[in-house]
Design a protein around this ligand. Sequence first.
Ligand code: FBP
Length: 331
Amino acid sequence: MRGISLSRFLIDQQWQSEAIPSDLRLLIEVVARAIKAISINVGKGALAGVLGEAGTGNVQGEAQKKLDVIANEILLEANEWGGHLAAMASEEMEGPHSIPHRYPKGEYLLLFDPLDGSSNIDVNVSVGTIFSVLRCPEGCPADEKAFLQKGSSQVCAGFAVFGPSTVLVLTLGQGVHAFTLDREVGSFVLTQERIRIPEETREFAINMSNQRFWEPPVRRYVEELLAGKTGPRGKDFNMRWVGSMVADVFRILTRGGIFLYPRDTKDPGKPGRLRLMYEANPMAFIIEQAGGAATTGTGRILDVAPTELHQRVPVILGSRKEVQLVSGYHG
Ligand code: FBP
């Protein structure tokens, strides 16, 4: 029922389908509150001196932006004391973050990319936060091994886009819904219910500057898109690349499309740019729940067995028929 608050929506889901245990509902509410706080910081920008580099590096060897660090701290602080979590893991931190002894522990594991699209922060282009929730295996210490579960084991995933409006996209395995932040009231309101991605599309998103590093299947696929009406596809395609996965994926949820950050030879040691646990898995869960598909090129992203907390994978996701075509080109 559009127009209801996130809290009301989650309670309705809990009564209707018992799909959401109350501690998972409360965990989502806490994450949503943290996202509101991040949205306020992002919105302040230069006024609050939160733009620019933090002067520190993350586990990926990337220079951290001030907002990367601020968003990470907001999520850690908000989720430490609620009693819903066994541990947390962040794209910005080497190992899992244990829950301090003074707080009660819960059964869930929370993973997040605190600020996605970091390269766009200082130029006022949409950025976001991505999160994923797993259950901590029974009787298992909440260490790195506990997090290494396939994406198909996620119980919840979501992302927020901090753009002209702040939107939170959420799945609990029963469809995908979007909530817009009502800044006056300070609460997320349901604005898109049971989102479905069109099977077909004429829009693709890829960083074309990497073209010379692509593998033959992707090179062939994109060349055919660029050939448009004059080529084997017989129709023209348009291109969009925001450089923030959250913004590109939200566009695909809203009007269809295909997003590719494929394997390339730019850095042969890296199987891809995007992180499996913090970016690929939550986005793949959301895309599949909205009727789309998500592959590494050679297999379903949600079936990838993780070996490391910060491993990277190739990502191709979006409108089902296009993703199937690219997968077919990978044989
Ligand atoms: P961060 O999480 O560090 O921001 O990296 C991921 C990302 O910014 C994605 O959001 C985006 O799709 C991609 O990297 C952009 O890559 P590129 O800079 O090569 O266009």
